[in-house]
Write a protein that binds this ligand. Structure first.
Ligand code: FES
Length: 144
């Protein structure tokens, strides 16, 4: 599959931009400062907070799981059985106490923070996959 360019210039803070890459949904989330702050507080609720599990690019092995803190890039497929999780820019607290933003998989209730890190006690075994990507310039990400 060919690499896919994502223009992020018009992405609003908190917005999720969807593209397709190799037939898969890929998300780019422009995270707000509040979202980023939340990621520092919840390690003890996560299964693999530092992305030590395999199959992740090296730039995903940090708290933000991203090259630039503001932009989170992920394959939008649940690591349990492949459903598409819902993005909750706010309102995640209904599913995880004390957390405002993240992803919720309606199929069997898996929960991920807004860096795609899986919470403990859910069926999904792994963090959401970060695809290979890089910044061509400040406004453009190349996925693939
Ligand atoms: Fe997402 Fe099962 S496919 S929780």
């Amino acid at each position: 599959g060919a690499p896919v360019e994502v223009n992020i210039r018009k992405a609003e803070p908190g917005q999720l931009v969807r593209v397709k890459w190799r037939g898969k949904p890929v998300w780019v989330v422009r995270r707000t400062p509040d979202m980023l702050e939340e990621l520092g507080d919840i390690e003890d609720k996560l299964r693999d907070p530092n992305s030590q599990e395999p199959q992740q690019p090296p730039y995903a092995a940090n708290q933000y799981r991203s090259i630039k803190e503001e932009f989170f890039v992920a394959v939008g497929i649940c690591t349990h059985l492949g459903c598409s999780p819902s993005y909750l820019a706010s309102g995640m607290g209904e599913h995880v106490e004390g957390v405002e933003s993240g992803f919720f998989c309606p199929c069997h209730g898996s929960k991920f923070d807004v860096a795609g890190r899986v919470f403990q006690g859910v069926p999904a075994p792994l963090n959401l996959v970060v695809p290979p990507h890089y910044f061509i310039d400040d406004n453009t990400i190349l996925v693939g």
